[in-house]
Design a protein around this ligand. Structure first.
Ligand code: APR
Length: 362
C-alpha cells in the first residue's frame, strides 16, 4: 500500500492488531518534516481491490508534520512505542533511535529486539551493573593493578607482570630490605621511574567522576601509583600504601623520593630510605584498612576492578558487604563464583560503556 504523498516511511512499529509508521518528507528549507501514519488493523493489508475505499477508515494519512526527528519520535508516544515491535528502522536513523532507547531503557520489555533493529550490539551485563550503580546508595570500589595497565603500568601476575620475572620475596619484603638493600633499592627505583610521565586513564577518570556525582562513596585501592587521586578522586584508601612518598626504614622520618633514588641515607639517622609501600611481611596501614572495612560493611554494592584478589587481607574485603558484589576483570579469578555479577573484559573498554548507561539515566 502506498501513501498518496511524497513522504517515505523511516520507522515501522508493530503492535497488537496494527502498526504505526513514522514518515518523513522534504520540507521547503531542504530539511525533513516528520509525521505518523497508523494502520490500525492488519485488515487494511488484506482488503481486496474493490474494498480499497474502506482503507481511509483503517489507515490514517500523515496530517501533523513536525520539523525535527525528536518531535517525530514524540508523535509515537501515544502508541507507547517502547512496547511496540520495531519492524524496520531507516539506516540513517538507527543511531538516533538507539539514543532514545538508551535514554528511556526502563520502559522497554526487550532491548535486544531494538538493538538488533538499530544494528547495534550491547552487553546486557553492563546495563545491569549501571542500574546497580544508579540504585545503590553506597558503593565502594576496590581496585587492583589491572585498572592501571591502560596507563602503561604492568600488573603483577599477568604475563609480563612484575612477579612473572621477579620473586616478590627477594624485593618486596622487610627481610629483603634489610638483607639485600641494593636489590630492594633497584627494584623500587625501577618502579618509581616506571611511573614517570604516566597518567591516569579513562577508568580512573570515570571513577573520580562517579565519586563527584555521588555514585560511589569510596575507592579502596591496592595500587600505590596515586592515579585515583591524580584523576580527582578524594576518598581513596591506599591499602598497600604509596610509592609516591618515602621514609627512613629505621627512624621513620619522611624523606624525598629524590633522596631515595640517589640512595642518600636518612638525614636524621643515616638509615636506609624506603618508599611508603606495604611490603608482603608488613601489616596494612591501619587507617586505610579500617576505613575500607567500615565503608564496605555499610555498602549496598562493592565493585572490584582489575584485581586477581590473590593477596590477603585485601581479598577479604568484597565479602564484607551485605549488598551486591560485582567484578570487572580481564581474566577469571578464583573468587569469581563469590560475586553476584562478573564482567570479563578490559576496564578501559567496559567502564566507558557502563558510564554511558549510567549517564543516560541520571
Ligand atoms: N582491565 C581489567 N583487568 C585487567 C586488565 C585490564 N586492562 N589488565 C589486567 N587485568 C587483570 C588481570 O587479569 C589480573 O587478574 O587485573 C588483575 C591484576 O591482578 P594482579 O596482577 O594480581 O594485581 P593485584 O590484584 O592488584 O595484586 C594485589 O599483590 O603484589 C601485590 O601489592 C601488590 O597490590 C598488589 C597486590
Amino acid at each position: 500500500m502506498h501513501m498518496a504523498t511524497n513522504s517515505e516511511t523511516i520507522i515501522t512499529l508493530g503492535f497488537e492488531g496494527g502498526s504505526v509508521d513514522l514518515r518523513r518528507k522534504p520540507s521547503t528549507d531542504g530539511t525533513w518534516e516528520y509525521a505518523v501514519s497508523r494502520n490500525e488493523s492488519a485488515m487494511a493489508d488484506l482488503l481486496s481491490e474493490e474494498d480499497e475505499d474502506l482503507i481511509p477508515m483503517l489507515v490514517s494519512e500523515p496530517k501533523h508534520w513536525v520539523p525535527s526527528f525528536d518531535e517525530g519520535m514524540r508523535l509515537l508516544e501515544p502508541y507507547h512505542w517502547q512496547r511496540c515491535t520495531p519492524y524496520q528502522i531507516h539506516p540513517e536513523y538507527r543511531n538516533h533511535v538507539w539514543d532514545h532507547v538508551v535514554a528511556d531503557r526502563h520502559s522497554f520489555r526487550s532491548m535486544d529486539r531494538w538493538a538488533r533493529a538499530c544494528g547495534v550490539s550491547y552487553r546486557p551485563d553492563l546495563v545491569t551493573l549501571a542500574d546497580w550503580i544508579l540504585a545503590s546508595r553506597s558503593t565502594v570500589v576496590l581496585t587492583g593493578a589491572g585498572i592501571s595497565v591502560a596507563s602503561g603500568l604492568p600488573d603483577f601476575r599477568s604475563p609480563g607482570g612484575w612477579w612473572r620475572n621477579i620473586d616478590p620475596t627477594t624485593v618486596a619484603t622487610v627481610v629483603a630490605l634489610h638483607q639485600d638493600y641494593d636489590t630492594f633499592h633497584a627494584f623500587y627505583s625501577h618502579r618509581i621511574r616506571a611511573l614517570e610521565g604516566l597518567i591516569p586513564n579513562p577508568s580512573h577518570e570515570i571513577l573520580a567522576k562517579w565519586e563527584g556525582q555521588g555514585l560511589i562513596s569510596a575507592i579502596a585501592t591496592q595500587n600505590v601509583d596515586g592515579f585515583h587521586q591524580m584523576a580527582g578522586a578524594t576518598t581513596v584508601y591506599e591499602l598497600h600504601g604509596s610509592i609516591k612518598s618515602v621514609r627512613c626504614s629505621s627512624c621513620n622520618q619522611p624523606a624525598t623520593v629524590e633522596a631515595f633514588l640517589s640512595k642518600t641515607p636518612c638525614a636524621h639517622c643515616a638509615g636506609d630510605l624506603r618508599p611508603n609501600v606495604t611490603l608482603f611481611d608488613e601489616s596494612l596501614p591501619q587507617d586505610a584498612w579500617e576505613n575500607a572495612m567500615k565503608a564496605i560493611s555499610v555498602s549496598e554494592l562493592v565493585l572490584v576492578i582489575g584485581s586477581s584478589l590473590n593477596v590477603y587481607p585485601a581479598n577479604r574485603l568484597p565479602r564484607m558487604t551485605n549488598g551486591l558484589s560485582a567484578a570487572i576483570n580481564l581474566e577469571e579469578t578464583a573468587m569469581d563464583s563469590g560475586f553476584n555479577l562478573v564482567i570479563h573484559g578490559k576496564a578501559e573498554d567496559v567502564l566507558p560503556e557502563i558510564d554511558q548507561w549510567v549517564q543516560s539515566s541520571r
